[in-house]
Design a protein around this ligand. Structure first.
Ligand code: 5RP
Length: 258
């Protein structure tokens, strides 16, 4: 049990200990959970490691904690999972490398949008699913970090992101609609959202996903689909919040929700 994490989460509920007020100021209860799991993940980074640096608001807290350890002398190099992840690394002085340096990663740390009791996940809320899956697949160990809102009995309430090539994306969307009742092109105020690889994303409101692996295979077989946000069999370690504490599990046996 990481008591420092527990204290930090408790601080968000107005139970803060002396001296913790400034540290927790301005953070919502959810952000306090994100910080707790991010800080816990940073303790798993060892000297000399090459790590995959995930994307998102939870990973931001991991990067912040890792940056502090690097400032203290830890030697780490990071492969980013998005342009946003590059910005994050630069913000916290985490040295970056690219694939020309190595294709072997010791560890990857990333967030999740939903995690089900069999440790399948939906990712890609931030649109980085393709790079995230490539980086995770190259890592010897994958740690995912999630606040308690991400733990679900069944995947599918969160719209499943599917990255597609722009050419013929309208017909690709029609094929996606054969599997999903509600398919929407992700948009920004300036037009369609474009991924770091120049593709579009369709968000598929599935409602409930009974068999994530089968759905991943079916969607992946559609011409034009580059990658889905279904991450199946990829969690080596999950750090999530249980009863206000950062808790670590290394397989479905340890699951407490669902
Ligand atoms: C980005 C992702 C993120 O990991 C996921 O969306 C979680 O983000 P956050 O930590 O901000 O909730 O998959 O593509």
């Amino acid at each position: 049990r990481d008591l420092s994490c527990r204290r930090v989460i408790a601080a968000g509920r107005g139970e803060q200990a002396e001296g913790e007020g400034a540290m927790s100021e301005g953070l919502s209860p959810q952000d306090l959970e994100k910080r707790a799991v991010g800080e816990a993940a940073a303790t798993h980074v060892a000297d000399g490691m090459v790590i995959g640096l995930g994307t998102g608001s939870t990973v931001k807290f991991f990067a912040e904690a890792l940056g502090a350890r690097i400032a203290g002398g830890l030697k780490v190099r990071a492969l980013p999972t998005s342009e946003a992840s590059i910005d994050l690394a630069q913000r916290y002085d985490i040295p970056l490398i690219d694939w020309s340096v190595t294709t072997s990663l010791d560890l990857c740390v990333d967030g999740a949008d939903e995690v089900s009791p069999d440790l399948s996940m939906i990712k890609g809320g931030g649109g980085a699913l393709l790079w995230e899956k490539i980086v995770a697949s190259a890592a010897a160990k994958r740690i995912y970090i999630a606040d308690s809102s991400k733990l679900v009995a069944r995947l599918g309430a969160f719209p499943l992101p599917v990255e597609v090539v722009r050419f013929g994306h309208q017909t690709t969307a029609e094929r996606l609609a054969e599997h999903c009742p509600d398919v929407a092109l992700r948009a920004t105020p300036d037009g369609p959202f474009v991924t770091d690889s120049g593709h579009f994303i369709y968000d598929c409101r599935m409602g409930a996903i009974d068999d994530p692996a089968a759905l991943d295979r079916a969607l992946g077989a559609i011409p034009g689909v580059v990658e889905t946000g279904l991450f199946v069999g990829m969690v080596d370690m999950l750090i999530a919040v249980r009863d206000g504490e950062a808790a670590t599990i290394e397989g479905p046996d340890g699951v407490w929700w669902g």
